[in-house]
Design a protein around this ligand. Sequence first.
Ligand code: URA
Length: 201
Amino acid sequence: MEKEAVRQLNAHITTCTRCRLSLTRTNAVPGEGPVPSELFFIGEAPGRNEDLTGRPFVGRAGTVLEDLLATIGLQRDRVFITSIVKCRPPENRVPKKDEIAACEGYLQKQIDLAFPRILIPMGRLASELVFSHFGLPNIPIGRIHGQPVHAGPSCRDLTIFPVYHPAAVTHNPPLKGTIFEDVQALGRIIEENGLRFRQVK
Ligand code: URA
């Protein structure tokens, strides 16, 4: 049932023509992961490798993300991974507001289907979108990274845990330690909440 809903949603995403990014993409990149999925990671936009393969986080940022997940005993196929826009912006430019808006409904449906306990927006744009989506005031990523924020009393048990984008490490190496510490904090939250996606070794 969920699988069919995911298949249908992905079919919409991969044929979407709602914004100009559809004109320059090779493949749309819906995202991937189990449904339901307790952990839901949200990046910014596909890059070159993602555009060529149709899979999220398969380039350098993906390696950084996988290495970080491994430090808390997680494998990528245990979590849902997507981005706020599903098509690569030309030359990897920052996605524009109208492109993000055109894609927001897809992200919302993915969150509904995956029904996560923790949303992990990665980077400034994903963090801004998730906070505004849940009616929360925007707090710059430099201040809010690594801190759990409850998505509000009217919401079910949902925590937002913003982190820097894994690609930031490649542009700004000193952030490596910060992202590492934040992911360790995420690991402790997972532990405390007895979430079930840890691989049994
Ligand atoms: N960066 C993102 O934000 N998303 C991807 O899929 C790849 C790199």
